[in-house]
Design a binder for this molecule. Structure first.
Ligand code: SF4
Length: 458
């Protein structure tokens, strides 16, 4: 279908912006328009993706089995120890439970699972059905917590009750219940928490290694390779670094308000942003030793990857990319990382950006770039065709859009198996982009093959 034939829904027109055309603010933070088949997930899914990597906790989905299956092993989040998080426990609510209530079933499931798995804490997720039938999940959690002696924490996440962002907030509120309950003795004055970092393909370990090398202690990572005891004492850290701003800014603000811990929004994607994150954190402590070690680290790491990056840049120069990701802060990093590779971003969007994020995106992007909020498959296809992109960067739901259009794809979401953070992550990213964009298979896509034939005929 030609891109001109694809219409944008009337109620979504103010969520699409072209840089250089008009000055109106892009509308965002709204509920998805009915019928637009948003790329967003539900509230429950939002909370689940944030809490999932806490590896020594029990995660129990109180709802029909489909909710648990949908989010089973949802992130490629690695654990260096327990693997309890990788199970998808569910109360499997049936018609009878919908009529008579599911509280007894939930209490029985929690008793059985806590006895069998000995978790450090349990998270109990509400789903659409729980919200509809009105089970008192809080009361069940309190009873079981008293009985078992571990924190049993309700996660207020009925799927229909808002957007994915509300799920992030529910997860932050659940985590907050653990914070402040652990011993903070022995924490270094040069210490941080990593928030909104999920250890996809082991990325947390790359970051922790950088901070170890410059002399900064990482007290907890929430939630990558997460441990309940570390979260309980994370209020003893001196600084919070927020990698996924969409999911964890709420928690960072609460820790700032109630424990006086300042926070910085950072990104470990791309060489510029990785270096800025390391320098930014090192600068907070006012210790020249740490700052000097930070400079040495960045220099050493850059020297290792620059020659190969230059080689990829020569090949990829001038290619065009589309980006559609969850949080807008990651989109900024990707625009810059693509520039490092000589590529141009012509379409960029996010599921959960706020007005400031979109203002920043407008400044960062080239004239003509299409910026979209809470987009849908048809719109994304329209703009990919119009801009004739060579690469689509997104997640599992964007992959089929790209492949159906005959466009190279790079997975930058929870499901990927390749670490893309830090300096070594930038090199992995360059390799993946190169392999995808330059694959000869795209020459056989009808759209491109026809164009080649037309050129030859002319
Ligand atoms: S919580 Fe609701 S919207 Fe989310 S997966 Fe379950 S049924 Fe679907």
């Amino acid at each position: 279908m030609p891109h001109d034939d694809i219409e944008i829904l009337e109620e979504r027109r103010n969520q699409v912006f072209r840089k250089g055309e008009g000055t109106a603010e892009i509308a965002c933070g709204k509920r998805s328009a009915a019928g637009s088949v948003s790329q967003r997930a539900c509230v429950f899914c939002g909370s689940r993706v944030v809490l999932y990597p806490i590896a020594d906790a029990l995660h129990v989905v109180h709802g029909p089995i489909g909710c648990a299956a949908y989010t089973w092993d949802i992130r490629g989040a690695h654990s260096s120890g327990p693997q309890l998080h990788r199970n998808s426990f569910s109360t499997d609510l049936q018609e009878k439970d919908v009529i008579f209530g599911g509280e007894k079933k939930l209490a029985a499931a929690l008793r059985e699972l806590i006895a069998a798995c000995s978790p450090k804490a349990a998270f109990v997720y509400s789903t659409c059905i729980t919200g509809l039938i009105g089970d008192d999940v809080d009361a069940v959690c309190k009873t079981i917590s008293k009985e078992t002696g571990i924190p049993v924490i309700p996660v207020e996440s009925p799927g229909f009750s808002g957007t994915k962002k509300d799920g992030y907030r529910a997860a932050c509120e659940a985590i907050y219940k653990l914070i402040g309950t652990g011993d903070i003795s022995g924490i270094s004055p040069h210490s941080i928490n990593l928030l909104g970092e999920f250890n996809i393909a082991g990325e947390t370990w790359i970051m922790k290694d950088y901070f170890r090398r410059i002399g900064i202690q990482v007290v907890s990572c929430i939630s990558g390779d997460g441990r309940v005891d570390e979260i309980r004492r994370c209020h003893g850290a001196k600084l919070n670094l927020v990698q996924c701003s969409g999911s964890m800014t709420h928690l960072a603000k609460r820790l700032n308000d109630e424990y006086g811990i300042p926070f910085q929004r950072i990104s470990f994607f791309g060489i510029e942003d990785t270096a800025a994150a390391i320098y930014g954190a090192a600068g907070v402590f006012g210790d020249p030793e740490i700052e000097s070690r930070a400079r040495d680290l960045v220099k050493q790491e850059l020297l290792k990857i620059q020659p190969e990056l230059r080689r990829y840049r020569k090949i990829l120069k001038g290619k065009k990319a589309a980006i559609y990701v969850g949080g807008a802060f990651k989109a900024f990093s990707l625009v810059r990382a693509l520039r490092t590779l000589g590529m141009r971003t012509v379409l960029v969007g996010s599921q959960t950006g706020n007005p400031q994020d979109y203002e920043q995106l407008k400044e960062l992007c080239d004239p003509g770039t299409v910026i979209v909020d809470d987009s849908n498959p048809l719109e994304l296809a329209k703009f990919c065709l119009e801009k004739d992109v060579d690469l689509f960067i997104g997640g599992v739901k964007e992959r089929p859009i790209a492949y159906k259009l005959g466009i190279g794809f790079c997975d930058h979401n929870h499901e990927r198996k390749e670490a893309l953070a830090g300096f070594e992550g930038m090199l992995n990213f360059a390799k993946e982009v190169h392999a995808s964009v330059m694959s000869p298979v795209w020459n056989y896509v009808p759209r491109r093959a026809n164009r080649k034939q037309e050129r030859m005929a002319a």
